[in-house]
Design a protein around this ligand. Structure first.
Ligand code: SF4
Ligand code: SF4
Ligand code: SF4
Ligand code: FES
Length: 588
């Protein structure tokens, strides 16, 4: 890698050639305020002007996020002109901002406030007209508030880069510019898959998950039997909200916190992940044996399901009919669990803690209801759980490690844990599919070929002379490649795993915000660094488990023996399977 010599505030540094001034300064430990720049060029349109610096060879001040370093360049971050210009830029942004931090869920993690603090923006020098408040809260997942938008464009870039979707864009001109789906529609009337990737990169409260903390409070108040379940990816990231290093697994502390918040039972969705593998593995076996529709595609990611319904209505019979694991767990809680505990299902309130905003929308689907009751009553993101813990004054880092409740659905295997990372569902399936197809153990536990973050990965498994071909895709841009192959009749696969978010649930749209401007010395690519560390937290938990194959989960076996009969039985179908419907993207 070629190097160049630069000076920042008179101090000499050798940095990589080709970096922007902002990147080079970050690499040397400086924090230049920034807002529209994100993740090494993923978004870098030079629009917010909060990163202005002086640099030799440039005329006037330059936006450090787009201006490259050059040999011999001398950079002044702290010159009076640069300091004043950055302050004016932030004050201009604030002059058109609906500042009501007390009511804003972004308070505490707002990059705009952080930058205002850095540049010393204290006064309202530019008083004038403001963008009118217009709040889009028609989806169950996301709230969009244009009065808090600083037009940085990060959300637009994220949606395009993650999915190739381009749901959000700049609408109108000049002072009336807003960020919105086409023709100022609501996100509910667009083919938005509600994944929340845009939410997770928004530096302000302009895009937020729709909070359901109030619903949970109300259920406690009403004296409901409030049961909570947590998805695997949550434990890999929750610690970040409490200052713990990225990738710290916090399973025991998370359970302890949930108990202290008052939940009657604390269960792990991993139990239902094991159940999913039993149902999905059997469904695959039946499709292979009976010349059913292949390849079969996983169905646990609701963002992906939304994408398929909007864009590939002709391929919906390729989707596994299995509900996602938290919905399965909810259905079992309101049937088998209710029966065992002698509680009326109507009095059970199921809360799912998920890394995902699309799960909020998923739980509302009519076709997931059993006897008119939803499987799950409220979905909280990892961020919302952190807010509840902070609100309750719980000292998270000092909590002891506690175990999930062990009755009825307390057992889980390592296969369930890795559901949270791209390739994890496939790896869990491979650990069991051989057994389901042959009645014998394959022996292998770790399937290296399906791990990693390449957009599309593939592997083959020899089962009694039959080659089973599998593939994995994450992010809709990658899924599209495999789906187009199926449409053209060219797919060689039997089984495909698709997850909506790039990286899988560990990098889901409900996970702790990756605050780019707070990370002056982050490694090469902020998003990938986070993903790798969070994934490692799950792989290490898998390795610690005594049981690592779903079909060995004793409580899943008991559930079949005592209640469901066998995988894909009539009762299992009633409770654990669903249907899909092709949908129009623009429907207003
Ligand atoms: S986005 Fe930030 S500055 Fe704006 S109201 Fe929310 S917390 Fe306050
Ligand atoms: S929720 Fe996902 S699909 Fe919808 S606008 Fe955001 S990134 Fe795009
Ligand atoms: S909604 Fe958020 S990410 Fe998108 S442009 Fe506005 S402030 Fe930036
Ligand atoms: S112009 Fe550089 S961060 Fe926005």
């Amino acid at each position: 890698m070629a190097k160049v010599n630069i000076k920042i505030e008179g101090i000499s540094y050798e940095v990589e050639a080709g970096l922007t001034i902002l990147e080079a300064a970050k690499a040397c430990g400086y924090e230049i305020p920034s807002l529209c720049a994100f993740n090494h060029g993923e978004c870098s349109n030079g629009s917010c002007r909060v990163c202005l610096v002086e640099a030799t060879g440039a005329r006037g001040l330059v936006a450090s996020c787009v201006y490259p370093v050059a040999e011999g360049m001398e950079i002044r971050i702290g010159s009076p002109a640069a300091v004043e210009a950055r302050r004016a830029s932030v004050e201009l942004l604030l002059s058109n901002h609906n500042i009501n931090c007390q009511q804003c869920d972004k308070n505490g993690q707002c990059e705009l406030l952080h930058v205002a603090h850095l540049v010393g923006a204290r006064e309202n020098r530019f008083v004038g007209a403001k963008t009118p408040v217009s709040i889009d809260e028609l989806t169950p997942s996301i709230v969009r508030d244009t009065s808090k938008c600083i037009l940085c464009g990060r959300c637009i870039a994220r949606c395009q880069n993650a999915h190739g979707l381009g749901i959000l864009g700049f609408e109108n001109r000049g002072f009336r510019t807003i960020v919105s789906p086409a023709e100022n529609r609501s996100m509910a009337n667009s083919p938005c898959i509600l994944c929340g990737q845009c939410v997770s990169v928004c530096p302000t409260g302009a895009l937020m998950e729709k909070s359901e903390i109030g619903k949970v409070d109300a259920a406690f108040k009403a004296g409901k039997h409030v049961v909570v379940q947590t998805a695997p990816a949550v434990r890999a990231a929750l610690g970040e909200e409490f200052g713990m290093p990225v990738g710290t697994p916090v399973t025991g502390k998370m359970v302890a916190a949930l108990r202290r918040l008052g939940f009657a039972k604390v269960y792990d969705t991993n139990f239902a992940a094991d159940l999913t593998i039993m149902e999905e593995g059997t469904e695959l076996l039946n499709r292979i044996k009976n010349n059913g529709v292949l390849p079969m595609i996983t169905s646990c990611s609701p963002g992906w399901i939304n994408y398929a319904e909007y864009n590939y209505g002709d391929l919906l019979d390729h989707l596994s009919s299995c509900k996602s694991p938290h919905q399965m767990q909810g259905a079992i809680l309101k049937s088998y669990y209710a029966e065992q505990k002698g509680i009326d299902p109507k009095d059970i309130f199921v809360v799912s803690i998920m890394p995902c905003t699309a799960k909020k929308d998923e739980k509302e689907r009519e076709q997931l209801k059993v006897n008119g009751l939803p499987d799950v009553d409220a979905v909280l993101t990892t961020r919302e759980l952190a807010r509840m813990i902070k609100r309750a004054g719980i000292m998270f880092t000092r909590l002891p490690d506690e175990e999930f409740d062990a009755d009825i659905m307390g057992d889980y295997t390592g296969a369930g844990v890795i559901f949270g990372v791209t390739g994890g569902v496939m790896e869990a399936a491979l650990r069991t599919v051989y057994f389901v197809l042959t009645g014998e153990e394959h022996g292998a536990i770790k399937f290296e070929a399906v791990r990693g973050f390449d957009g599309i990965r593939e592997a083959s498994l020899d089962i009694n002379g039959m080659t089973v071909n599998v593939a994995i895709a994450h992010g809709m841009k990658n899924a599209k490649v495999l789906l187009d192959e199926i449409r053209e009749g060219k797919s060689k696969y039997h089984f495909i795993e698709v997850m909506g978010c790039p990286g899988g649930c560990i990098a889901g749209g409900g996970q702790p915000i990756i605050r780019s401007c707070f990370l002056p010395n982050e490694d090469d690519d902020i998003l990938d660094t986070y993903k790798e560390k969070r994934a490692q937290a799950l792989y290490s938990e898998d390795e610690r488990q005594t049981l690592r194959q779903s079909h060995k989960n004793p409580q899943v076996k008991a559930l079949y023996d005592e209640f469901l009969g066998e995988p894909n039985s009539h009762k299992a179908h009633e409770l654990l399977h669903t249907t899909y419907k092709a949908r129009e993207g623009f429907n207003d």
